[in-house]
Design a protein. Structure first.
Length: 202
């Protein structure tokens, strides 16, 4: 992360806000810069100001959910994501965010249902396919998990996380040579991918 870039962006947006306290775009951009710098509490305050100005801004509800998740306010994050969906149920990204949170909480069936919603809205959403595969792996539905990693890779053949996840799942099946080939694919693309080195060596 380029801290200098975000700090400079922060100064710019702060100046804009000082000139117009009711500029939602400036508040959102300021909040995004704060989030990039890890100041989630201040980012949350900005998003709440925008929602006061425009309660129907579904994207800001989603951004609010993301920072609430970072702050480990999980119930509030779920509420914010659901508010976003209530306003606009055609946004695949918010279903991915909600599904990822359910996965984090170990609610894998709820996660899978929301990954399905994201994929229904965006049939080439490689991240949703990959992350659904992870949830399936946690449920020990390993063959299904591999199918979803393959689907993610069909849209992005250099998707490092999906390649690594397929290797991990093949390893769980004790297909060690096949698993190793996927870890090698990851490392050929990114020699600094630490998880693949760890999986290859363990």
């Amino acid at each position: 992360m380029d801290l200098g870039k975000y700090e400079e962006s922060l100064k710019h947006h702060k100046k804009t806000i000082s000139l117009d306290q009711k500029n939602p775009d400036a508040l959102v951009n300021y909040a995004k810069s704060l989030s990039e710098l890890g100041d989630f509490k201040e980012a949350l305050i900005c998003y709440e100001k925008v929602i006061t100005l425009n309660p129907q801004d579904y994207e800001v509800w989603m951004y609010k959910g993301i920072v609430l998740e970072k702050l480990r306010q999980y119930d509030n994050a779920i509420h914010a994501f659901n508010m976003s969906i209530q306003i606009n149920c055609k946004n695949s990204q918010v279903f991915l965010c909600l599904a990822d949170l359910f996965s984090l909480l170990g609610r894998f069936e709820d996660a899978i249902n929301n990954y399905d919603r994201a994929i229904e809205l965006n049939p080439s959403y490689s991240q949703a396919f990959n992350n659904k595969g992870i949830a399936l792996k946690f449920l020990m539905r390993l063959e299904e998990a591999i199918n979803y990693f393959d689907k993610a890779l069909s849209f992005n053949s250099t998707y490092l996380e999906a390649l690594n996840n397929k290797g991990v799942t093949l390893k769980a099946f004790k297909y060690f040579d096949k698993a190793l080939s996927y870890f090698d694919k990851v490392l050929n693309l990114d020699p600094d991918y630490a998880e693949a080195w760890l999986n290859k060596g363990s």
